[in-house]
Design a protein around this ligand. Sequence first.
Ligand code: SF4
Ligand code: MG
Length: 338
Amino acid sequence: RKELLKVEGLKQYFPIKGGMLGRTINHVKAVDDISFEVYEGETVSIVGESGCGKSTTGRAILRLEEPTEGSVKFNDIELTTLSKGKMRKQRKDLQIIFQDPYASINPRQTVSDILNEAMTIQNSVPAKKRRQRIIELLETVGLNEYQADRYPHEFSGGQRQRIGIARALAVDPKLIICDEAVSALDVSIQAQVLNLLEELQKEFNLTYLFISHDLGVVRHISDRVIVMYLGKIVEIGDKLSIFENPKHPYTKALLSAIPVPDPTHIKTHIALRGDVPSPIDPPEGCRFHTRCPFAQDICSKEEPVLKPHQAMVEGHKAACHFVEDIESGKLQPKDYGV
Ligand code: SF4
Ligand code: MG
């Protein structure tokens, strides 16, 4: 398989200014040293609670926010050091779809204007052929020619997301980052848009980085899953490993919180207690230790490494000191009476 995207040691710190001089007094460590790969044609999801750094990761890859540190390679090209102009050209291959396409669509433009503009910026289609291409794009996403001259507000949420997808497709991208792309839609519409994304993936050999807090959606669409907590990757693996055989207590807790058809296959049910700590001064050691029912002394001192453990299939990794002891039952969860 071809490695399309390679993220290494990515950090995104946002300065906090304070005092009379407005100096930087601290940082929000939104993304704190994460590494992963995305292979051509696959869907990798990033999942986690709000504030875990998943959207920030997507934005840093595209340099919508300049990353603080680390490397992002796309097709072996280092993106973080490209000039602004070269990055703009590269953006043709990397598109992003947001939760609310309306927010990034000019309400005074017709659908045709919106698609035309996308093609003009990237100069991807000669002017003479654009109308034909617009019709093609609309049909590709399940809309039609007659909708080309309408305005975004005339469409439903699901249709607007289809317009957002058409706009991304207008430049023939290779990778699409979907940031909560179906989160605002009703469940039945969600399924339609997810199915559309899957069809398009096959047809155009697209690769998706799918950012979502919704485990049901992630389960539907992913090949592999990355679980993030407070700016770190705590577990990564193929979909089956993550959903059927989670190893990190945080992943187990996330899965315990959703209704599953067969709850018996999840051996340990873990309730998440307390709130996510602040990413300004994240807990030392394992960032999850303030909420983890298995936490031991070492957990607040030493940061666990993301790595494979016993009986984990290839590519499945977790960042926890006690994967084996939790698995064997040697370590039992503390009961917090929740
Ligand atoms: Fe829990 Fe410790 Fe594992 Fe962190 S390292 S998840 S605190 S047991
Ligand atoms: Mg987000």
